[in-house]
Design a protein around this ligand. Sequence first.
Ligand SMILES: CC(C)(COP(=O)(O)OP(=O)(O)OC[C@H]1O[C@@H](n2cnc3c(N)ncnc32)[C@H](O)[C@@H]1OP(=O)(O)O)[C@@H](O)C(=O)NCCC(=O)NCCS
Length: 182
Amino acid sequence: MWGAQVGKAESARPAVKIRRAKAGDLEEYAENVQSVADEGRYTFTERVTQERKKSMGKLFGDKGCLAIVAEVGEDGRRKLVGGLAMTRYGDAEKSKHVRVLGMLVVDGYREMGIGTELMEYALRWARAKKGVGKVTLGVFSKNRRALRLYEKFGFKVEGVRKRHYYIVGEPEDEIDMALFVK
Ligand SMILES: CC(C)(COP(=O)(O)OP(=O)(O)OC[C@H]1O[C@@H](n2cnc3c(N)ncnc32)[C@H](O)[C@@H]1OP(=O)(O)O)[C@@H](O)C(=O)NCCC(=O)NCCS
């Protein structure tokens, strides 16, 4: 699906395609996760290890989960600038309806509506996917942009882990949020 280029911020934005991640995306997807990790303030990931890459590869092939990318550019010069994953919450039968959401848009492509498009795609999938009932996520309390995005889509706060992380030397809470999709 190619996103429409409408609205003020989006007028300067390249056309974006949101699509399922495929095996050939793995390296670039992992690089994007690492680039956001290197910013140090948005995710608890610090290093994308080989093990993490392996589980990303598995995720791409798991029909019960979701991995999507935001791609810009023309054939031959395409580039991934964002991604969203919905992974399982462990492997217990009791919580098999839960998916854990993580997402990112790389620096330079934020606040152009790409995160919104990724989320729209992901929630359409979750609502249509048999067996998926609840989507959860964790976000740092000072990440106003991400919090606003999640609130916009109806996610509600389920709990707060006080001073759970130190981000650039400052204590920060983790906000746990969830959305019931059925
Ligand atoms: C959080 C993130 C995924 C949002 O994606 P994005 O493409 O930048 O977001 P969008 O342009 O679609 O904007 C989504 C909403 O964020 C909010 N927003 C945008 N800019 C904002 C700002 N400067 N301050 C506060 N809220 C802001 C708005 O509510 C906006 O929706 P609206 O324009 O319809 O009101 C992206 O900024 C990002 O990857 N940031 C770094 C990594 C990260 O924080 N990942 C999430 C970890 S939990």
